[in-house]
Design a protein around this ligand. Sequence first.
Ligand code: ADP
Length: 357
Amino acid sequence: MIKSNPKSFLIIVQEFLKALKQKRTYAVFKNGYSVFGILWGVPVPIVTIGIDLYSSGLSPTLNNIIEIILSHPFHFFFLLHPLFFGIVFGAMGTVRYNKEQKIKEFEESLMRKNIELKESYKKLKELDELKSSFLSMVSHELRTPLTTIQGYITFLLTEKPGTLNEAQREYLKTSEEETGLLNHLIEELLDLSKIEKGEFKVNLESVDISEVITKAIAALQLSADSQGVIMENNLPQDLPLVWADKERIFQAVTNLLENAIKFNRNGGRVNISSFEHPENKKITFCICDTGIGIKEDELDKIFDRFYQAEPLGKRKFRGCGLGLAITKSILELHKGRIWVESKVGIGSKFFFELNRY
Ligand code: ADP
């Protein structure tokens, strides 16, 4: 709707003046508005001449009418009214026609854009599907030789094929750690391709979450010790059972703990606590660290696939930015949720919520 302000009034006047120059305004057979204007104007001279005839006591004959018109020149002005109204209404009709044409053109361009968008979306979807199957194929192909390499490293470390000297043992240990990381990355890529294909499923049952978290802490104790990070389990003894997939929730907690250790500092802390919400049968868990923290404008992006809060060139942390995206999917499949609060240089608090059994 046009607001009535001096600017919009000026626009209306400009459009009207433009319409006065257009042929359509005067095309009686094309523009119904001008016919309407002419008909609207016809009664004006009839009434004015009629009044004049009546007041002069003359009968409405052709001679009397001509005489009246000639005796009062303003009747010429009234006689021009049908023409005048025809032009004014005709111009209004043209303004409306111009507007309708513009709307039509706009609608057509919208429809064209819509078709283009649909085509681009289809192409993108095809490319995305191609990328997903490529991802899953490559990950599977990488996993087989990697399992063989890991098997040989483990076998060599048993010293059954021959005794190892200190340096050889050290090299093999490093290779074992690196292949472990590679394996973790491949597992994450496979999970991602499952999520994208909608094949990532959970099997919900009653789970002792306290046991799962304690297991995850134990699994990461060595890594925390080696980085000088202290882990504190502040979960209450009597934590109720939750609806969960034991393995998937272990994976989610491990991802969060790994990050809390990885993005921490020497002498830093990781604290795990929980709050119960009796009113909606939900439990919130909090994994709180004293690490590097995350900038505010990146808080909602870190749950996106492959997003890493730090510029790639400056990165000193390992990983490929999939852990949180997978963790979020796991929690969504549990009808739970995950969110984060953080302060740069002070630390981060990752919260996740699960339903009580
Ligand atoms: P990755 O750890 O493999 O890079 P994630 O998906 O687990 O991938 O995390 C994405 C990004 O979020 C990380 O690269 C890091 O920048 C940021 N991040 C996650 N957890 C923390 C944390 N506890 N403290 C600071 N930054 C974090």
